[in-house]
Design a protein around this ligand. Structure first.
Ligand code: MN
Length: 274
């Protein structure tokens, strides 16, 4: 394990992320070729030339994950860790994933080690998409507009949501967009006859939950029929923007009753991935 630590300190060239392609590493010979030629050879030709290059057996992304786990578990939080965090990002580990990875490691390797790793990771992933960029990217994945900030109902939502009226005649409906983790409060579409609400997933990934039942995943094309007088909430997954069409079903004496928020404790019990 110590060798992995010392070897990892020597890495200065970029890993080649092309599948099946041998990685060319020169850091060993550049830095230690004269002093420790055998070590330089092992670093450049074996560790990188062979082990890291066997991406037909294990992807670079997975190798990054294993390497980070080994480094953080040993409490190695110097430039070696920052190098491997940067490589992990190049190898496709996202901002959301690295936060989850380090959180997971924390329980097995120790809390202060996770803190130290987070202090580096947050800087390395800091230039990732801003919220505005992410919204623009999400819009490109969706045929309906995101519309305007949902200010009228903001007090009944956690996080930012957006409303776009799509049809104002015959069957009226709106497109509702939720940023990641955004969800509406528990609520009831009340009616004495008819009523209720229908949702149709449009883009991204979200959730619908009725009180006392498991949450149901909503993907593009998923249709959700919400009966009148049933307590429920809907919103985005933690790691995805989400949009659904919302149809308010006609009925007698219809009214919406807004209740308590879906707090983080409830929300974080939802599975992160399907
Ligand atoms: Mn509803």
């Amino acid at each position: 394990m110590k060798n992995i630590y010392f070897i990892s300190l020597l890495l200065t060239t970029t890993l080649n992320t092309m599948a099946q392609q041998k990685i060319v590493q020169t850091a060993g010979r550049t830095q230690l070729g004269e002093f420790a030629p055998e070590f330089a050879h092992l670093n450049d030709d074996i560790l990188f030339g062979e082990v890291w290059s066997r991406n037909d057996l294990l992807s670079l992304r997975d190798r990054s994950l294993v390497t980070l786990t080994a480094l953080i578990s040993q409490g190695i939080t110097d430039s070696s860790l920052s190098y491997h965090l940067q490589e992990a990002k190049k190898n496709g580990i996202t901002r959301t994933e690295i936060a989850e990875i380090i959180t997971h490691i924390a329980f097995y390797a120790g809390w202060p080690k996770a803190w130290a790793a987070f202090n580096q990771a947050k800087n390395i992933w800091s230039d990732d998409v801003t919220s505005d960029d992410a919204k623009a990217i999400f819009q490109k994945s969706m045929i309906f507009p995101i519309g305007e900030p949902n200010t009228a109902y903001a007090k009944y939502f956690i996080g930012n949501s957006y409303l776009a009226p799509i049809s104002a005649a015959q069957v009226k409906f709106v497109n509702v967009t939720f940023e990641p983790r955004c969800r509406n409060n528990w609520h009831i579409h009340k009616a004495t006859q008819g009523g209720g609400q229908m949702l149709v997933g449009v883009a991204g990934r979200g959730w619908y939950q009725e009180e006392g039942k498991e949450a149901v995943e909503i993907l593009p094309g998923t249709v959700i029929h919400i009966p009148a007088n049933v307590k429920h909430w809907h919103g985005a997954a933690a790691d995805s923007w989400f949009a659904h069409l919302a149809f308010e079903i006609e009925g007698d004496n219809t009214a919406n009753e807004w209740l308590e928020p879906v707090n983080d404790e409830q929300y974080d019990r939802l599975p992160c991935r399907k």
